[in-house]
Design a protein around this ligand. Structure first.
Ligand SMILES: C[S@@+](CC[C@H](N)C(=O)[O-])C[C@H]1O[C@@H](n2cnc3c(N)ncnc32)[C@H](O)[C@@H]1O
Length: 153
């Protein structure tokens, strides 16, 4: 959907997709209910095929297979307009916040997909901890997601 939106609107944006594409990495027994290997029924090839088939020219789409935050390496100079964080587990969400928040454009926003999900208690903890000393506060949706708009005025 994001790829189609960018293409249809001729937006000069790139889309960066991060995952192991091979299942959850090690999880945290204190914060997380998910376990290593969950969501392993996928592959980079399957996602590539699906995403690339949704657009006419996929040259603006970048796949980063591997462990977050290692896969952020080399992208430090990027500005971010929008991030959809759907990694479910405590450490990965903290690592995403650490990298994405300082690069978020003014008015840019983050959606935390699993903030309110009972299956992802570490998500809420990580988001609440991260924003406890920030001027922005997560807006919590009745659907379980949380949104943060960057305000750097
Ligand atoms: C609920 S799935 C969502 C996958 C995809 N966004 C979707 O909607 O189908 C959570 C994903 O987070 C990924 N993930 C969690 N921690 C990660 C990390 N540190 N590095 C890379 N991927 C991670 C898992 O591999 C898993 O595919």
């Amino acid at each position: 959907m994001l790829a189609q939106l960018i293409e249809d609107n001729k937006a000069s944006l790139s889309l960066h997709l991060f995952d192991t594409f091979a299942g959850m990495p090690e999880t945290d027994t204190i914060h997380d209910l998910h376990q290593e290997g969950d969501f392993a029924d996928t592959s980079l090839e399957a996602v590539l095929k699906h995403v690339n088939s949704a657009v006419r020219n996929a040259s603006f789409i970048n796949f980063h297979q591997g462990y977050i935050p290692d896969t952020f390496s080399g992208l430090e100079q990027h500005e971010i307009a929008f991030a959809h964080i759907d990694v479910d587990i405590y450490k990965a969400i903290h690592d995403c916040c650490d990298f994405i928040y300082p690069r978020l454009q003014n008015g840019g926003f983050i959606v935390f997909d699993d903030y309110g999900f009972g299956s992802c208690p570490g998500a809420r903890t990580a988001v609440n901890e991260f924003f406890s000393d920030k001027p922005e506060q997560p807006l919590i949706l009745p659907t379980g997601q949380a949104i943060v708009f960057r305000n750097s005025y």
